[in-house]
Design a protein around this ligand. Structure first.
Ligand code: SF4
Ligand code: SF4
Length: 64
């Protein structure tokens, strides 16, 4: 199950970007001030879910 972003909860702090061990998987969208996840690259390790301060990330089959 790849990580997905609950956009309403993301505050753009980028903690997840710094934590994700897979390069270019979590991408910061400067315009929207949220992150986006390339689910093709996500290895479902769950590290980003753990560091997110606002619970904006979940491992889920529901994408989008
Ligand atoms: S679950 Fe792991 S690989 Fe996937 S986006 Fe989060 S930190 Fe990166
Ligand atoms: S750690 Fe959470 S709040 Fe911070 S940028 Fe990532 S998803 Fe958004």
């Amino acid at each position: 199950m790849p990580a997905v972003v609950i956009e309403e909860k993301c505050i753009g702090c980028k903690q997840c970007v710094f934590t994700c061990p897979e390069a270019s998987t979590i991408i910061f969208n400067q315009e929207k001030n949220i992150v986006e996840i390339n689910i093709e690259r996500c290895k479902s390790c769950g590290l980003c879910v753990e560091v997110c301060p606002t619970d904006a990330l979940v491992l889920s089959l529901l994408v989008g």
